[in-house]
Write a protein of this length. Structure first.
Length: 161
């Protein structure tokens, strides 16, 4: 029974690695969150999952990042101004997530982003989002699900014997 403790510790470490596999996406990549960008094009082809993080980089006080409803997104209006610090990180929730800039006509000029986050299980694409291979400019999600399951099975068998 004494040899079960290191195996349990290894299972805990592997579980933590799986939990840490959320991807981080820098909105607009090198261009950041600014006017003149096409965020629908930026988001297309990317697979987003619950718990992934969107990092918005922009000139402080020049823009905002405001999470809004679908109707506010469509109308480019919000009763709140959101964050204007210059570096905003948002964690994706299940389903559709909408963000706009509330400064002047920035939203109407295209400074808005809509992404859909699917199940947080590795390899599960968001609804309507084709799976892609990670690239240097997007997010990276470790595909640890099958590896973790196989390792856990082997370790449990070893712990029992």
């Amino acid at each position: 029974m004494a040899c079960a403790s290191p195996l349990i510790a290894l299972l805990v470490v592997l579980g933590c690695a799986a939990a840490a596999s959320a991807a981080t996406f820098t909105v607009g990549d090198g261009q950041g969150w600014t006017t003149g960008a096409n965020y629908a094009t930026w988001a297309s082809g990317k697979t987003f999952a619950v718990g992934d993080k969107l990092v918005f980089n922009y000139a402080s006080q020049a823009h905002t990042v405001t999470e809004v409803t679908k109707s506010e997104y469509d109308a480019c209006s919000s009763n709140t101004n959101g964050d204007n610090s210059g570096a905003t990180t948002m964690t994706l929730k299940a389903g559709a997530n909408y963000y706009i800039c509330t400064i002047g006509t920035h939203c109407a000029a295209g400074m808005k982003l809509a992404v859909t986050a699917g199940d947080s299980s590795p390899g599960t694409p968001a609804a309507g989002t084709p799976p892609t291979n990670p690239s240097g400019s997007g997010g990276y999600r470790m595909e640890v699900g099958p590896i973790l399951a196989a390792t856990a099975g082997v370790l449990l068998k070893l712990a029992v014997f």
